[in-house]
Ligand binder design. Structure first.
Ligand code: NAD
Ligand code: DAU
Length: 358
């Protein structure tokens, strides 16, 4: 691994991964291709360790000529593909962009990598294309169902998860048909520093900080499996270093409380670290549910644990505390994100009509 192309490296998980890689691999050069959509920000890439080894390229993964040029120019031997439209609520309001970025974009990268490594067989023996995906491709679990694992059939329920499922199938097909050295990981909900505040945890922290309502969808009893972002980065790194080509790895946090419990925990940590607005629980408001809302996700991580020796380091309690503290300690980042007009527009669009639950 010498020249690593990270797509979506200005987003939440991608920027954490860029940081992780620069810290853990002192020889690699990281080429970061990101379109800087509403979710991507150069603010996420401030103060990188050893910045000289990081090259940022502002561009679209659907732009074939650009992708081919980047692969050639930087002699890329490893692709770690994060770039995506990632928010379920946005996919419900505007699914077309999800098909474009997640399906066409992934295809463009896979096909460009295939042709480039054919041109450069010297790079192929060590080459890797890692596709970062989600547990949402497996659909939803009933209360007593066993957790998802690598064998669970695909059953995506939202335009977001359907587009990710399609991209997983393309990645798998490129391994089987062309022998492209693909690995895939399907991970559960991430949280931590640099997450755009449209997602549950940062949204609750930042709203609580400003004394705004904390909108809980439906009955708040939906279950997600929460993983601290740095643990996810380490899991991807292990797959890159030790994972078997053609394999899928399920990644999860072993933390599965209902949403309302997460919100209560955030309120309790806020009461302690930012007592001005206490008790923050008074801000909780139940609002109209997300259409087609998946009820429960959970992931079995036996394969990655036994094959690659990975398991999460953070508990939900320790991870949430670190996360709340990070948002409180980084007011400049928070202000920069909040000031963006697309953030304001989104908050209005998603929540203005999402009234209090009857
Ligand atoms: P994010 O929305 O925070 O970041 C996505 C990044 O991709 C942004 O920087 C954006 O600018 C960039 N991007 C979007 N369209 C692009 C395009 N056409 N060309 C180039 N760059 C583009 O997303 P995230 O939460 O960091 O998720 C990263 C990946 O991990 C996604 O593939 C997502 O499906 C997957 N994933 C996320 C989670 C989670 O909980 N956040 C869990 C499992 C898997
Ligand atoms: O499971 C992995 C997926 O997790 C990733 O693939 C997605 O990219 C990521 O966005 C995330 O999807 P979710 O839909 O689970 O995340 P979100 O933070 O949007 O919502 C988490 C839960 O909280 C979900 O049940 C909806 C609920 N929710 C969310 C928001 C934003 C609320 O109750 N209120 C809110 O304001």
């Amino acid at each position: 691994m010498k020249n690593v192309l990270v797509t979506g490296g200005a987003g939440f998980i991608g920027s954490n991964f860029v940081r992780f890689l620069l810290e853990h691999e002192p020889e690699v050069r990281v080429i970061n291709l990101d379109a800087l959509t509403y979710a991507g920000s150069l603010e996420n890439l401030q103060h990188l360790p050893d910045e000289g080894r990081h090259e940022f390229i502002h561009g679209d993964i659907c732009d074939r000529a650009l992708v081919e040029d980047v692969l050639r120019r930087f002699e890329v031997d490893t692709v770690v593909h994060f770039a995506a439209e990632s928010h379920v609520d946005r996919s419900i309001l505007g699914p077309g962009l999800f098909v474009q970025t997640n399906v066409v974009g992934t295809f463009t990268l896979l096909d460009s990598a295939r042709l480039f490594w054919k041109e450069r067989p010297d790079l192929l023996p060590g080459a890797r294309f890692h596709h970062v995906s989600t547990d949402e491709v497996f659909g939803t679990l009933g209360p007593n169902d066993p957790p998802f694992n690598e064998q669970t059939p695909y059953a995506p329920n939202s335009p977001y998860s359907a587009s990710k499922a399609a991209s997983d199938h393309l990645a798998r097909a490129y391994f089987h048909t062309y022998g492209l050295p693909v690995t895939i990981s399907n991970c559960t909900n991430n949280y931590g520093p640099y997450q755009f505040p449209e997602k549950l945890i940062p949204l609750m922290v930042l709203n609580a900080l400003e004394g705004k309502r904390l909108p809980v969808y439906g009955d708040g009893m939906q279950v997600r499996d929460w993983l601290y972002v740095e643990d996810h980065c380490e899991a991807i790194y292990r797959v890159l270093m030790q994972g078997r080509v053609g394999e899928t790895y399920a990644i999860g946090g072993n933390n599965q409380p209902p949403n309302i419990e997460i919100v209560h925990t955030i309120c309790a940590v806020m009461d302690e670290l930012h007592p001005q607005g206490a008790p923050h629980e008074r801000l909780i408001e139940y609002v109209t549910d997300r259409p087609g809302h998946d009820r429960r996700y959970a992931m079995a991580i036996d394969k990655i644990r036994s094959e690659l020796g990975w398991q999460p380091r953070q508990t939900l309690a320790s991870g949430l505390r670190k996360t709340v503290a990070w948002y409180l300690e980084n007011p400049a980042w928070v202000a920069a994100i909040r000031e963006r007009s697309d953030y304001q527009t989104w908050m209005q669009k998603n929540y203005a009509e999402r009234g209090a639950k009857k």
